[in-house]
Design a protein around this ligand. Structure first.
Ligand code: PRP
Ligand code: ZN
Length: 291
């Protein structure tokens, strides 16, 4: 696949856990992406960006080799492949754990008990590192897919695999044991990208948009009304990230307060605000926050 139209080339997982969330984040960044279904390449209409859809396992290497300039992929895949790339951002979605899972009937109480056991995994590199760090010698059985059926086939005692919702484990009568690696989606870039001035500028502009989406996700816009006499009490309760805006209302006794707060704070202050005299509370999502 050779595309030399000067556009920044971004690799995204073709079909899997990260596909929808990656595209949703790109849309939040303001990119006009349409009709990506079943297509291998989509050109963004309002930015010099081509999105290439690839198997997630191939993304680190393609970015390393410059087939794509940047990519969105799980850090688990990045670490496993050991590709020489740069991690530009941790994206906060696609969180999952690589962990040891055991048959529901088995007891595994300490990491030391992994000694001499057969562990099936698609992540031999990360597992080996984990076992070495814990001074354990075990038998790693490398399997490229459907690792979860290995114990019932008698191929392995335990598995080491990615768990997100836990549904796959449950339907294979397995349970979680020790965590090996915590993962989430990351944005990676080719190491030589900074030598291409035009593309590097495109990356900087894309990162600015991603940062604005990431900060906006952590914040909400709070609006409420209160009387002049309760204003100070109400203000004391609001954990505003920046100084709140206070505006007079048509009823001269009343004012409106607008403030940006952390998303996780609202429900712990809602009652206190009402008791202090706040009314008409509105909590709105923020799409972008330019920092
Ligand atoms: C992992 C893992 C399981 C599934 C677990 O695959 O191998 O199949 O996710 O998810 P759950 O806990 O929500 O059921 P992954 O999405 O990484 O896909 P891939 O290895 O096929 O690329
Ligand atoms: Zn994969």
């Amino acid at each position: 696949m050779k595309l030399e139209n000067g556009n920044l080339k971004l690799a995204v997982q073709k079909k899997g856990r990260l596909t929808e969330k990656s595209l949703a984040m790109l849309k939040d960044c303001g990119f006009d992406i349409e009709n990506y279904n079943e297509r291998l390449l989509v050109t963004v209409k309002n930015f010099s960006l081509d999105i290439i859809f690839l198997r997630d396992d191939d993304i680190p290497e393609y970015v390393q080799d410059g087939v794509a300039d940047i990519g969105i992929v799980g850090n688990n895949v990045v670490q496993e492949k050991g590709a020489k790339i740069e991690i530009c951002r941790y994206l906060g979605f696609g969180k999952c754990n690589l962990l040891i899972a055991v048959p529901e009937s088995a007891e595994l109480n300490s990491v030391q008990e992994l000694k001499g056991k057969k562990i099936a995994t698609s992540y031999p590199v990360i597992l080996k590192k984990y076992l070495n760090e814990n001074n354990i010698e075990a038998n790693i059985i490398e399997i490229s897919g459907s690792v979860e059926i290995a114990p019932s086939l008698g191929v392995a005692d335990y598995i080491c695999d990615i768990v997100s919702t836990g549904n796959t484990l449950k339907s294979n009568k397995l349970k979680k044991s020790f965590p090996v690696f915590e993962s989430q989606a990351v944005l990676i870039s080719n190491n030589n990208l900074r030598n291409d001035e035009i593309k590097f500028d495109l990356l900087k502009s894309l990162l600015k948009r991603i940062d604005s989406v990431l900060s906006a996700e952590k914040s909400n816009y709070l609006m409420l009304n209160t009387s002049q006499s309760s204003l100070n009490e109400v203000l004391k309760i609001i954990p505003a990230l920046k100084s709140p805006t206070i505006m007079p209302l048509a009823d001269g006794e009343m004012v409106a307060i607008h403030a940006v707060i952390s998303s996780d704070k609202f429900w712990s202050i809602e009652d206190k605000l009402k008791i202090a005299g706040a009314s008409g509370l509105l909590l709105l999502p923020i799409n972008n926050m330019i920092v």
